[in-house]
Design a protein around this ligand. Sequence first.
Ligand code: NDP
Ligand code: 2IT
Length: 445
Amino acid sequence: MSYIKDVINQVIERNPGEPEFHQAVTEVLESLQVVIDRHPEYIKAGILERIVEPERQIIFRVPWVDDQGRVRVNRGFRVQFNSAIGPYKGGIRFHPSVYLGIIKFLGFEQVFKNSLTGMPIGGGKGGSDFDPKGKSNDEVMRFCQSFMTELYRHIGADIDVPAGDIGVGAREIGYMFGQYKRIRNSFESGVLTGKGLVYGGSLVRKEATGYGLVYITDQMIKVKGKSLDGARVVVSGSGNVAIYCAEKVFAMGGKVVAMSDSNGYIYDPDGIKLDTIKQLKEVERKRIKEYKEIHSKAEYHEGAVGIWEVPCDIAFPCATQNELDAKAAKTLVANGCFAVAEGANMPSTPEAIDVFLSNNILFAPGKAANAGGVAASALEMMQNSMRYSWSFEEVDSRLKSTMINIYKNISAAAREYGHENNLILGANVAGFIKVAEAMMVQGIV
Ligand code: NDP
Ligand code: 2IT
């Protein structure tokens, strides 16, 4: 273990002030002792030392003019983490909390997630500390154009293919694609994914992270004789991942009783009315609090973390990193929750994960459970290079089989490397080995 500990300590020393990055690296590397024991050649080749160091990190100024005519300046990031198995691939996040450490943790996770999809995609992530909340459409457009005016020189269908994440959806991707196309004077549909359906987007991409999350969860609980049918479900967040997770839960006979945003959560004992959430969040961009004005039987509570006090059988954290701590995990367990699947990236703290594992909660880690989004992005890239589009059913069935395969691979790896029910270990090991093997044969680069 001391070799792995040394690598972790080096990462902490060389990347000061980036606790989320340290957290993500520690979790993955601590799983890899069993792999290193069987593959001592990885030590000599410096696989771990190389895999924790991004291949390239780009930080740039993003100036834009607000509606009052004032100049504003944000910071843009793109971290191109690992290209051993394909072009860098990963979303762009616009949120005031974004700094280099957040983008590095997300880029690092993405390397293993993308490997798990079985598709030829490397890992990367980007973003900005720009806050789209309260901004006009025109301001968002000007920001996206300025962001792409720098980013365009670093990306391409065979180089690096961004997509959405928190604060970046179809609207932002549209503005960024328009600016890329204008600068390059070239319609390169494969340069971004999550595009609108009328200009090269894929059916099911919008739904894919949430649907995929429910597909893999269904598989995980089915093996233990449980079912979504009749299950009481809590989904945190009310963005892209949360909405389509909830939609698929309802379609499979479950009942979502609580959802949230960063201000608070709603509890509707009759089941959340998703049409209202879609209207409030996708169309009007309002706060979830408004739900109560429309459905008076529902309760609204200030504070996002209170959502974990709502009793449920299955919990899907779909908002943001470290939104579910040990206290929340203990409450979930005490209330009889039997499964947790991460729609967000790293939503459970390490202490919360310890609570889940020691209580035998069925736990699907984000890098496997939310891989449906990037898997559908890879399908979008495939369709773009064929200049063809598949039907909804075709993409959905490919997504479903991808998620079932991920489940099979991570549970097989968990079994093979020692802990049958530890899908965290399984996901880290299975995701890592493919990337490590590719790095081994490509020389010291
Ligand atoms: P959205 O911007 O569509 O939605 C984010 C949701 O999470 C909103 O309800 C938001 O509330 C809430 N949220 C964001 N930040 C915080 C915070 N600091 N505290 C509490 N709540 C917060 O993003 P997505 O749904 O796309 O992303 C959600 C998560 O899923 C992220 O972790 C992302 O990395 C991950 N993910 C996304 C994928 C995708 O395809 N989009 C794929 C795989 C993972 P509010 O509106 O109040 O900010
Ligand atoms: O975290 C993620 O996997 C995403 N935000 C989606 C990335 C992508 O390229 O579709």
